[in-house]
Design a protein around this ligand. Structure first.
Ligand code: ATP
Length: 329
């Protein structure tokens, strides 16, 4: 467990309590990782983080603040690269009772975001004063790998369609390569419908007819942006979970960041990390515990018993967590 900083420790405690209440036996190893510690230690990923993940291969992680326009490298990006967590999987699902602008729609789609390259290469350079270049790296290896992951998932879960999102009309080489890889993998899966959308059009289509989407397959940056857009469709960042999957390691974390505006107030919505916990339990093949937690969360939302402020209620993080645990009993 990496609680992180900002609202991280609050939602991590809540998620651990809810997971423990399922009856599953998890021996949590709590590893501190936050902006203060990183600054003090002068390293983004201290040894104890890597040692723990190389021993357990599984993590549940809260957000860690990334300084804007300077400062240390993003911990989240560093961890994904170091452990080669190449697939960022983010299910976007409507929860019963949650009020959104799309009230009558039951959305159920999954985002597959390439997690290791693109403009997150961190290769930036000031050529001369006031002229900066930033390298967008797209490789065949990483693009084929994420496309395979998305199509394999589609096949295993009987999904009907994969939409690849790109800007290959402008970035003809970089996004062109990503698209060629997606097409190549798609051709091996004739049972799954495949379509391509330019990212700007995809953004509009997602807002006006989100129900037509099923699986979204995107390079890193578009995946990041479209994830927040999709979170908005189902009620916001408070409820969208995620998984960073590698060949060996898996780190589960919510889509949201450290939310400094509400940190320490006890009002953060822990649902996103709890649902990331459900994904972790499924990964660990603890299916009963996963079902119990998922059902309890849905029960609380369906009854609108204890809803946090981001979704229009006034429950605290703790009250929501208590309600989820009570629903399990
Ligand atoms: P990052 O770039 O690190 O992912 P971000 O810029 O997307 O972060 P967040 O920290 O995720 O920003 O916060 C965006 C907004 O969503 C803030 O107003 C924050 O309060 C709200 N928010 C995020 N997570 C939660 C949560 N779990 N519960 C309630 N509100 C949240």
């Amino acid at each position: 467990m990496i609680p992180g900083d900002g609202i991280g420790p609050e939602v991590a405690d809540a998620a651990a309590r809810a997971i423990d209440a399922t009856g599953v036996k998890i021996d949590w190893e709590r590893i501190e990782l936050n902006a203060d510690l990183i600054q003090k230690r002068g390293e983004v990923l201290p040894n104890e983080v890597m040692d723990s993940l190389n021993r357990t291969f599984t993590g549940l992680k809260g957000p860690v603040t990334t300084p804007i326009a300077g400062g240390f490298q993003s911990v989240n990006v560093a961890l994904r690269k170091r452990l080669d967590l190449f697939a960022n999987v983010r299910p976007i699902r409507s929860l019963p009772g949650v009020k959104t602008r799309f009230q009558d729609l039951k959305l159920d789609m999954v985002i597959f975001r390439e997690n290791t390259e693109d403009l997150y290469s961190g290769l930036e350079h000031e050529v001369v004063k006031d002229v900066v270049t930033s390298l967008k790296v797209i490789t065949r290896t990483a693009s084929i790998r994420i496309a395979n992951y998305a199509f394999d998932y589609a096949k295993a879960t009987n999904r009907r369609k994969v939409s690849a999102v790109h800007k290959a009309n402008i970035m003809k080489l970089a996004d062109g390569l990503f698209l060629r890889c997606c097409r190549e993998v798609a051709s091996g899966h004739p049972e799954v419908r495949y379509e391509e959308l330019i990212v700007d059009n995809a953004s509009m289509q997602l807002v006006i007819r989100p129900e037509t989407f099923d699986i979204l397959l995107l390079p890193n940056l578009y995946g990041d942006i479209i994830s927040d857009l999709c979170a908005g469709l189902v009620g916001g960042l408070g409820i969208v979970p995620g998984a960073n999957m590698g060949e060996k390691h898996a780190v589960f974390e919510a889509v949201h960041g450290s939310a400094p505006d509400i940190a320490g107030k006890g009002i953060a919505n822990p649902t996103a990390l709890m649902l990331s916990g459900v994904m972790m339990l499924i990964h660990l093949k603890e299916m009963d515990a996963a079902n119990r937690l998922q059902t309890a969360i849905e029960t609380v939302y369906a009854s609108q018993g204890a809803v946090t402020r981001d979704l229009g209620g006034n429950a605290t993080t703790q009250q929501f967590t208590d309600a989820v645990i009570a629903a399990m009993k």
